[in-house]
Each structure stands twice: as C-alpha cells, then as structure tokens.
Design a protein around this ligand. Structure first.
Ligand code: B12
Length: 359
C-alpha cells in the first residue's frame, strides 16, 4: 500500500508520479475526460468495414464517442502505460511458435487490472469518497486517443501510440474518476516524419494509409481476433506468425532506439523476418507443439494455455494458426497429423496445408 504521508495538500499529479514508480509503470497521467479527438477517424474506419468481424467495435461507438455515457460523474481519466518488453509478468507457458511480444507475458487483462485495483486502493486512502473505475483493453473506450490526449504518445503511421523514450511496446489502461485535474497536457507532436517502414514491411499491406489499419488484413486480427479461416491469398503472407504479429513495431526506429538503450540483442522478439530460420532443435520443438495442437482435445489445449493471452484465439483458432505455419514453414513431418485432422470447419485449410508440404 502506498504511503501518502507527504504533505496533505500534495496534488493528485504528485501522488500519481509516486504510484507510477511504486508499480513500475512507464507513465501515469491525469487529464480531463473529453470526447476523443479522433472519433471521426473511428467512424470512417467502421464505415469502410476495416474492423472485419469485430462487431463489438460498432456497439462501442456511443460510449467511445461520449465517454461520460459510461458514468456521468466521471470528470477525469488517469492514463497508464505499462511497457511489455522485456516481459514484466513473464508467462509460465513458453510456446516454441512465433508470437507477438506481448504474449510472452501472462494475460495482461488480469494482472494489469489487478495493478489498477491496487492503485485504486491506494488512492482511496487519500480520496475515500471518490469514484475510480479501472479499464484495461476490453472496455468501450478509445484507449489510444485518451492516452494521446494525456501525452502518452503520438499516433504512429502503424496506428500504435509511440513515445519518444518508451517506443510503442506498451499496454494502455485507464482509471476513470470523478476527481478533477487542473493539469493542462499538450498531446505529443507526431515524430514519424517521412518514415514509412511500418507500412512497407506489413506482409499483407494492412496499413492502407498512414494511421489507417485495415484490421481485417492485419496478421494480429487473422491469428487472434478472427474466428474465420483466412482467405487463401493471405495465408502465405502470414509467414511463421502463429499468434499476433509485431513487424510494424519492431521495424519502427523508435523501438529500435529502445532496444539499443536497453541493450537488447537481436532476438526473435525484435526480428523483422517474415519467417525465422530455425535450428534443428527449435524445429523439433515446434513440431512437437503443433503435434499436440492437432491431436489433443480442445479441452486439453485450453488447459495448457490457461492464463496465457494465447487462449484468446481459442483451441480452434490455435489449430487453424498451426495449419498455416505448418504450410509456410514446410513442416512436412506433420503430414500424417494434418491428414488425420477431423475438424469440419478446418477441412479446406487442412487440404491446403497438405498441398503446400514438400519433402
Ligand atoms: C480492436 C483492436 C485491435 C485490432 C485493430 C487494431 C487497430 N489498429 O485498431 C487488432 C486485432 C488488429 C489489434 C492489433 C493489435 N493490437 Co490492439 N486493440 C484493439 C482495441 C480493442 C480497439 C482499437 C480500436 O478501437 N481501433 C479502432 C481504430 C479506428 O483505431 P486505430 O487503428 O488506432 O486508428 C486511430 C488512429 O489512427 C487515429 N487517427 C487516424 N488518423 C489520424 C490523424 C490524426 C491527426 C490523429 C491525431 C489521429 C488519427 O484515429 C483512429 C481512432 O482513434 C484496443 C483497446 C481499446 N479499447 O482501445 C487495442 C489496442 C489498440 N491494441 C493494442 C496492441 C498492443 C495491439 C498489437 C500490438 C498486438 C499484437 N502485437 O498482436 C496489435 C497492433 C496492430 C496495430 N498496428 O494496430 C494496444 C495498443 C498499445 C499502443 N502502444 O498503441 C491497445 C490499446 C490495447 C491495450 N489496452 O494496450 N488490436
């Protein structure tokens, strides 16, 4: 529990600075709760159907547009940034398949929410009668926009919020509160300049314009959020990405700067290759893991991935993703398991995988 035994008139901003350091967060900033500055872009994006099957993004519109609809008492938003690389909460499940960097942590929806609840407990000691509502990712809040307003970063061309010191490999979370803040925060200017590396590297061309992601083509969507089987022309472009993708972030000079500063050597997490070269040992590990996915029951698969963000894709989604990587990495050792897969919705994909395997 935080010790607020500093002078009683200490401001909320100073308390948040103290909590930021106590809880190992990159940034914690409070600002008045206003409507998102980029709501017009959001509406246009929806109208272009770039959200694919994520229909909840439509349902969120009235709240995203007017965050006070969540609770009319709310006056301010406390924006939180938590860096996820190197992993602050490493996952016990270390899958040998290539996954987005954030997935090397336990599922942040739980531990980051817990952190927010502890911060709220601390704040309650100073403001016992105030309202504090924690949000992490799944709420109907345009998180990047509110964080942008509170100075946590600018919207990069890859749409991620980028901070000059922290790069973009951070989660965003909020505490909405009825406390008011006198802080006047200027959003950060856009430092992307003429750089288009994130747009150029995206294997599926999902960044159709600077700051506009056609999510239905983003590998993160195809391997995590979507319940469908990707169109045949997109499958080879997914490369060896089994769960999520980071190419538009690892190529970003602002993250490269952070990797250098933190003295992070080139690793799978920082590599910009579409397909990693595997040692024989790593290839064997990958084959073993995919064999497990193709032959075990959905229940066993769920059990193994409990507590990991990978569970978000569901057992069927993980099988689907394995079939695509098996084809793209030519893991012909799994031919029999692919042939024996009896899963109606995945049948066409399994046939496609077989057609790609060459000894
Ligand atoms: C749906 C969703 C996805 C979808 C769609 C992604 C997307 N870009 O929207 C998919 C599944 C593809 C996805 C992928 C990822 N996601 Co996601 N996702 C979300 C979610 C739930 C909603 C986002 C949303 O509403 N998008 C709507 C579109 C329209 O927003 P947008 O693309 O960001 O576009 C905005 C800007 O471009 C801006 N804009 C456009 N033009 C202009 C011009 C100016 C001048 C300005 C100021 C602004 C501006 O307006 C738009 C609306 O704000 C949020 C959590 C939340 N509740 O907000 C997390 C969130 C955005 N995701 C996050 C993460 C970490 C990821 C991944 C890195 C995970 C991974 N590695 O697999 C990738 C990154 C892919 C990418 N390049 O965005 C983080 C982002 C952290 C950060 N530093 O930015 C969030 C905030 C989750 C969290 N709580 O930490 N995600």
């Amino acid at each position: 529990m935080a010790d607020f035994s500093q002078p009683l008139n200490d401001s909320i901003e100073n308390k948040l600075e103290f909590l930021k350091n106590s809880y190992g967060l990159n940034q914690v900033e409070i600002g008045p709760l206003r409507s998102p500055l980029s709501i017009d872009f959001y509406e246009k994006w929806l109208s272009r159907n770039y959200h694919g099957t994520m229909s909840y993004l439509h349902d969120h519109l009235p709240f995203k547009k007017e965050p006070k609809n969540l609770n009319p008492q709310i006056m301010s938003v406390i924006s939180v940034a938590q860096s996820y690389f190197p992993a602050p909460e490493p996952s016990a499940l270390n899958v040998p398949a290539r996954a987005a960097t954030y997935a090397s942590n336990d599922d942040y929806h739980f531990w980051l929410k817990e952190k927010l609840k502890k911060i709220i407990e601390d704040l309650k000691t100073a403001y016992p009668d105030s309202v504090f509502l924690p949000y992490v990712d799944s709420g109907p809040i345009l998180e990047r926009d509110l964080a942008y307003q509170n100075g946590l970063g600018w919207f990069g061309k890859n749409t991620c919020l980028i901070h000059p010191d922290h790069g973009s490999l951070f989660f965003i979370a909020e505490i909405l509160t009825d406390l008011s803040s006198a802080a006047v925060i200027q959003p950060l200017p856009d430092f992307c300049g003429k750089c288009t590396k994130c747009m150029d590297i995206c294997p599926t061309g999902a960044i159709v314009e600077p700051k506009v992601l056609r999510a239905e083509h983003c590998i993160s969507y195809l391997t995590i959020e979507s319940k469908e089987v990707p169109a045949a022309e997109l499958r080879p472009k997914i490369g060896d990405w089994f769960f999520g993708c980071d190419l538009c972030q690892t190529i970003c000079p602002w993250n490269e700067k952070v990797f250098r500063q933190k003295k992070i050597e080139k690793s799978d997490a920082t590599s910009t290759s579409l397909i990693l070269n595997l040692s024989q040992d790593k290839r064997n590990d990958l084959i073993g893991y995919f064999r497990f996915l193709l032959t075990e029951s959905n229940k066993q698969i769920q059990k193994k991935h409990f507590g990991s963000p990978l569970l978000r894709a569901g057992a069927k989604g993980l099988k689907r993703n394995a079939l695509i990587v098996i084809a793209n990495q030519n893991l012909y050792e799994l031919k029999t398991e692919v042939q024996n897969l009896k899963d109606e919705p995945l049948q066409e994909l399994a046939d496609w995988t077989l057609s790609q395997l060459k000894e």
